[in-house]
Design a binder for this molecule. Structure first.
Ligand code: SF4
Length: 175
């Protein structure tokens, strides 16, 4: 089996790009109308919590819009372009790509993050998907998790610096 066999097809890449553009358009419409996300709560809930039963996530769900607007504003103001680092046609990820990110030799907590939640506090603002009780992610493995930054974190060195992540390093840096 050669490398071409494992590479996603152009059609597959097109599908991933289309799905992301559709989601970004849905989010933009929801923000522009302010009520769009509430009127389509089961869909919004499925996108962020992998569960269409939105009434189970009212607390964090209602914080998503103000949180998203604040993050976008600060991202542009502080020129944090790396937060848009997910290519539209890239595959969804449930975990970091082992060809890109590897655990540091001096990381002592194994697969766990050992109580750290830095990357869930972009620009110092706690993500509403982070459960306050035990710090687990309510959006784990959801559409948003897999198709955007969370599932593949880390993928670029700026992220490691910005979040002061002590768990991961980029494979190229280790060589
Ligand atoms: S910054 Fe690194 S160690 Fe901290 S929660 Fe994120 S991945 Fe885990």
């Amino acid at each position: 089996m050669n490398n071409a066999d494992t590479q996603p097809s152009a059609l597959q890449r097109l599908r991933w790009a289309f799905v992301r553009i559709l989601f970004i358009s849905y989010l933009s419409l929801s923000v522009a109308t302010l009520v769009g996300g509430y009127l389509t709560a089961p869909l919004m809930s499925w996108c962020f919590f992998a569960d269409w039963r939105f009434w189970r996530y009212l607390g964090p769900g209602l914080k998503l819009l103000p949180h998203g607007l604040r993050i976008m504003y600060l991202m542009f103001r502080q020129e944090r372009g790396f937060m848009f680092s997910v290519p539209l046609s890239s595959p969804p990820h449930q975990a970091p790509d082992p060809a890109i990110a590897v655990r540091r030799n001096d990381w002592s907590h194994g697969v766990s993050c050992g109580g750290c939640t830095n990357c869930c506090r972009p620009l110092g603002i706690t993500c509403p998907l982070l459960a306050s009780e035990d710090g687990h992610c309510l959006g784990y493995n959801s559409f948003y998790w897999r198709y955007f930054n969370c599932g593949r974190f880390p993928s670029v060195s700026e992220e490691l610096e910005f979040y002061d992540c002590r768990k991961w390093t980029l494979a190229v840096e280790r060589m």
